[in-house]
Design a protein around this ligand. Structure first.
Ligand SMILES: NC(=O)c1ccc[n+]([C@@H]2O[C@H](COP(=O)([O-])OP(=O)(O)OC[C@H]3O[C@@H](n4cnc5c(N)ncnc54)[C@H](O)[C@@H]3O)[C@@H](O)[C@H]2O)c1
Ligand SMILES: Cc1ncc(C=O)c(C(=O)O)c1O
Length: 305
């Protein structure tokens, strides 16, 4: 039985814990926040209900995840530690350094970073060959892909072990061949997000209509036909003709839009604070999460047919 420790029980952590435990791993989890630790088990239970709806086999048996109040207790005897703290390079390096001092020489240190190059994270770890990117997608218990990313010093054995371990989670490992910022999924997502925010900020379209356009247009289509296949479906000549005038006009800003920066500056972070691009009551957050999980399950089942 693989002993896995998850460090960080925020947006990603509880669904991740549910997925790991469901696959039969012995899971411990820690968060520096007592509130996050206190709220974890109900959230893990809710994620397990979704895994039931997905028909995910339950190899977890009666072994419940342990929510512990110290990093040392969490990572003791771990075979795999998943770092899942906020996307701040210094914090991640510090947490990996703390973990490194507490684990065995064979423990794999994985980061769920959204796109910080693994090479930057592994530099000060005692055995950098055991450090690897394990990038889940939100919600982690529903979206099946996990990007596997090697840093410059990651060993081939660690890569192979991670691909096999992700497969054992009933997830789809996506091997990213170069340690570029954002890896693959987020480079594409952030290109889309940059253009989407720019269109709203410029008044080309309002936020709600943009979501409708993307979700029922390219979002729906790309769920069935990937971008490379879509080129062939549309015709490469069409892409070349449109790209020849459109590419130079797309948003190419190097910074983050004021529309976003002003909101984050006010602490308006989205569902986790009750307001961001839209406003939410606590009840609406719960209702939305449940409704979206139900739809994502239905779509995934349709895509699996
Ligand atoms: N939110 C997403 O859509 C998403 C998707 C994939 C990957 N990620 C990445 O996963 C990581 C976590 O993201 P998130 O959205 O869950 O963030 P989050 O802010 O919701 O949760 C982070 C958690 O880490 C805890 N934490 C902070 N410092 C800690 C420490 N020193 N030790 C232990 N716990 C600590 C916080 O209390 C918080 O509960 C980030 O690197 C993020 O980029 C996020
Ligand atoms: C906005 C945003 N940023 C990062 C990630 C993943 O790393 C996601 C996601 O997984 O959905 C996201 O939506």
């Amino acid at each position: 039985m693989i002993r896995t420790a998850v460090i960080g029980l925020g947006t990603m952590g509880t669904g991740m814990v549910a997925t790991l435990a469901r696959a039969g791993m012995a899971v411990s989890a820690y968060d520096v926040s007592a509130d996050q630790r206190a709220n974890a088990l109900p959230a893990i239970s809710a994620a397990n209900q979704v895994l039931n709806a997905l028909g995910m086999p339950d190899k977890g048996g009666d072994v419940a995840p342990r929510i512990v109040d110290s990093l040392a207790d969490c990572v003791a005897d771990a075979d795999l530690v998943i770092e899942n703290v906020p996307e701040k390079l210094d914090l991640k390096v510090e947490v990996l350094h703390q973990i490194d001092a507490l684990v065995s020489g064979s423990c794999v240190l994985a980061s769920d970073t959204s796109g910080i190059p693994i090479t930057k994270l592994q530099a000060d770890v005692s055995a950098p060959g055991r450090v690897i990117g394990m990038h889940w997608s939100n919600p982690p218990h529903i979206i099946p892909i996990i990007e596997v990313v090697a840093g410059a010093q990651t060993s081939p054995e660690t890569v192979s072990w991670m691909v096999e371990t992700v497969t054992g989670l009933n997830m789809l490992p996506v091997l990213v061949k170069k340690d570029v910022p954002g890896f693959v999924e987020n480079r594409i997502l952030y290109a889309i997000m940059r253009e989407a925010v720019d269109l709203v900020e410029k008044g080309v379209i309002d936020a709600e209509s943009l979501d409708t356009c993307v979700s029922w247009g390219i979002g729906y289509k790309l769920a069935v036909v990937g971008p490379m296949a879509l080129l062939d479906m549309a015709g490469l000549d069409i892409y070349q003709a449109v790209g020849s005038y459109l590419n130079e006009d797309l948003c190419a800003r190097k910074d983050v839009s004021a529309l976003i920066a002003e909101k984050t500056g006010r602490g308006d972070l989205g569902m986790k604070t009750g307001g961001g691009m839209f406003d939410y009551t606590p009840e609406q957050v719960g209702e939305l999460r449940a409704a979206r999980a139900k739809k994502l399950v239905a779509v995934r089942r349709a895509l699996e047919t």
